[in-house]
Design a binder for this molecule. Sequence first.
Ligand code: ATP
Ligand code: MG
Length: 271
Amino acid sequence: DAIAPNDIEKLNVLGHGNGGTVYKVRHKRTNAIYALKVVHSDSDPITRRQIRREMDILRQTDSPHVVQCHGFFEKPSGDVSIVMEYMDLGTLDTLLKNNGTFSEPKLASVARQVLNGLSYLHAHQIMHRDIKPSNLLVNSNMEIKIGDFGVSKIMRRTLDACNSYVGTCAYMSPERFDPESYGGNYDGYAGDIWSLGVTLFELYVGYFPLLPSGQRPDWATLMCSICFGDPPSLPEGASAEFRSFIESCLKKESSERWSAAQLLTHPFLKG
Ligand code: ATP
Ligand code: MG
């Protein structure tokens, strides 16, 4: 059954994004719990465009590692909302803040699940373009699902404008800043792999790894570090398999970076 707006009751706010609010909601008849993302009618045109794009993508995806959607509404007032499965542990970002850094076996499980999601998306010509800890959702079965498709892109029709500036620049690959120098052809699929590499690195060490200080400074410093610096390398204690896996994600040359399907065969994920 499709879920109608009158069937649900708002319980509390789960998070605020750039323009929308995500609520925890209860389905009155069944008591089932969902997450509801709402973008209000008075929000800016960019935010409204983003939620429509997210709706478009979630309508056509069906993967155990992409957040599942149970309905969409648009109210006469102009509010647009998406009913999603509720992920009760929040995001990898909150897990890192609350429980500390992740062990290698945990990261192998995270990597395997996110790569399953990414290989599904990439096979359907969808690039996410904003992979980062706060967009990876977790539930108490330790299932990880990719969420937040606000800046994603479906590549099926046109190849144009895919290197327009979208997403959080901190996790962006070198070729997003400077397509000419890195692989010539901008490849958004490889960009998702770079972002996954940065994300796994951060979950292992507990700080953003592309700057020595671990701080997030201005855009220009970050861009210089990503484009002109060497990719970061893991601290001493990391295993050879994990090191090799991260290196395969963080190749600066996008054409040398492994694809999601290739990474799923990497020895780091065998354990
Ligand atoms: P941002 O700009 O911070 O990336 P956004 O507007 O794009 O945010 P989301 O990332 O989709 O919105 O969601 C914002 C927050 O709401 C998330 O960080 C998370 O804490 C919470 N959230 C989103 N979807 C779910 C869900 N399905 N289950 C549980 N919590 C969720
Ligand atoms: Mg988000």
